[in-house]
Design a protein around this ligand. Structure first.
Ligand code: PMT
Length: 219
């Protein structure tokens, strides 16, 4: 049990993948299991926070006392976050949101009449960036899933999206990151960083929530 460092604080978290429809039976998605985001929701709730978890499709149990909102696509997730963000003190974007979606969604199942199929994509809204640029933005924590130059790319995202903190993971390492029980995080903020060594996602989530609490309170 961690101390009640977040008692009375409203925390909004995104977790899991999004699904981008191609036609009524097919979608594009990614390997996010939701484990990292759900562990963060559990840790925040145990620290006394009122937690809302906006979740993509995953097969995980909702942590005790967490208010879960289920969504499918990035656009759905964007809408759900924007409708819950106004009274939120801390936002943590852990979801693996699809960057693009197909422009045209087939009304009927696409038939395999041709040897090639070309899909055109359009960019999805950036939920994290949109939260950070709100007039009364919460303390905003992003994630960065990278396969190379982890530090550089994470620092670029911290600045470009005007975040308070970013937690970066190296998803090229098969032992951690997507769909694994373990992870390791490098956390960056303006003029500081801390490295959380490889551990079970549950344990890591507690360390991350402790760090976020410290920075949120000194903000
Ligand atoms: O779910 P698990 O299997 O436990 O795996 C955990 C994880 C690897 C998914 C998680 O630790 C993680 O890294 N989550 C972020 C994945 C991601 O999409 O990273 P990104 O670097 O592409 O995006 C940067 C940030 O912008 C993220 O906070 C993301 O939630 C956010 N984003 C991205 C695109 C978009 N359209 N909207 C967003 O809010």
């Amino acid at each position: 049990k961690i101390e009640d460092g977040l008692a009375g604080v409203n925390v909004l978290i995104t977790a899991g993948p999004t699904r981008e429809a191609i036609d009524p039976v097919r979608f594009l998605s990614n390997h996010s299991s939701g484990k990292m985001g759900y562990a963060i929701a559990k840790a925040a709730s145990q620290a006394g926070a009122n937690v809302t978890l906006v979740s993509g499709p995953v097969s995980l149990q909702t942590p005790t006392d967490v208010n879960r909102v289920d969504v499918s696509s990035a656009s759905d997730m964007h809408k759900a976050v924007m409708s819950h963000v106004s009274d939120c003190d801390i936002f943590i974007g852990c979801a693996a949101v699809a960057d693009y979606r197909p422009v045209n969604v087939g009304e009927q199942k696409i038939k395999k009449d041709n040897n090639e199929l070309t899909l055109t994509f359009t960019k999805n809204p950036d939920i994290l960036a949109d939260v950070a640029k709100l007039d009364h933005a919460p303390f905003t924590v992003g994630f960065a899933a990278e396969t190379q130059n982890v530090r550089d790319y994470a620092l670029k995202k911290l600045k470009a999206k005007r975040l308070n903190m970013i937690a970066a993971n190296d998803v090229s390492n098969k032992d951690i990151g997507f769909d694994s029980d373990k992870n390791a995080l490098s956390v960056f903020w303006n003029n500081g960083e801390e490295h959380l060594a490889i551990a079970d996602k549950e344990q890591l989530a507690f360390s991350l929530i402790e760090l976020i609490t410290k920075k949120y309170k000194s903000n």
